[in-house]
Design a protein around this ligand. Sequence first.
Ligand code: ADP
Ligand code: ZN
Length: 346
Amino acid sequence: MHYTIKFPAGQTEYFLNANYSQLLQVAPVNNAIIITDENIHRHYGHLFTQYRVLIIDAGESSKSWETIQQLAEKLIHFDVHKTSVLVGVGGGVVCDITGFLATIYMRGIAFAFAPTTLLAMVDASIGGKNGVNVGLNKNILGTIKQPRFILFDNSFLETLSDEEWSSGFAEVIKYACIGDAVLFEQLSQSSIVNFQNNPAELNRLIASCVMQKNRIVLEDEQEKNIRKTLNFGHTAGHAFETLCYLKHGHAVALGMILSLIASEMVLDFPKDIRPKFTALLLRYNLPVQLKFEVEKVLKIILHDKKRNNEFIDFVLLKDIGQSVVHPLSFEAIRSALQIFLDEYQP
Ligand code: ADP
Ligand code: ZN
């Protein structure tokens, strides 16, 4: 399935349920450079021998200014110019780096993605946010620019680890919580294995997440209002991720539990939903327990980009499928973190 989405500045071609070999048509070998990581190169390097390839170390620690600098030097060495295109083949890390580098190299050249993780397919590759971390500050340097195309070849997922599958499902569950109660019910009846064994169902799931995210991004590309809801579970999640060295999706799962606690505190979110939610997380092999120091988590949250004087904008739920952005005082966040510890400490 192929369709085009027109954003205010530029458009993105979506090739869903596609085959990697189509890359040759959309990214000519003479002006495309592939950026990937060592693991993906080990599995799939044979697929892109015709291209010039830049390989980064796998993992979040590559999302740094240093990597950008090193890659820029290689682009200069390759004589990459204004009409070249950088193609990120990889997970969220590769997509973030590729997009960021492309938007600043020579004041901006084209870029595109072939996402290879579920998380990148349903979330990281879509919406045009690109960036790197500085110290503990995630995505603190970044840009918003849409890729030229995104090519989804679901067969990449065959080599994905169990941990990465569950990490991706955290973002799928996020979409269900913020805007799709029907999806929440469907997920409650299904499982990772079920999706792995049903390519058509997996493809429908990926397509529906892509469309939900694009609907939101089209309405609010610059994240002035509704796009903020995509950060559900991420404010505390990023702090857990940084402090406890968790996979992104696993940290977001725990961050979503915290958001439900806060939603109960300030929005009368029905208390009987939280056990159903944690059961759903467990069904998708996601964690529901964590030990942490409240003050350390708070400190990281206070540095969050969503800070607004003495309040932090949190995405809360009124019900499954109904999200709102709500300012929370530091005290309220501290109380929610304490309830989390009381109820979910291992
Ligand atoms: P994410 O997409 O979860 O944000 P990363 O880009 O860090 O995160 O990818 C997660 C890990 O999975 C990395 O170690 C990466 O090398 C590896 N990886 C990515 N895609 C695949 C794949 N298709 N098969 C096997 N490993 C992969
Ligand atoms: Zn995320």
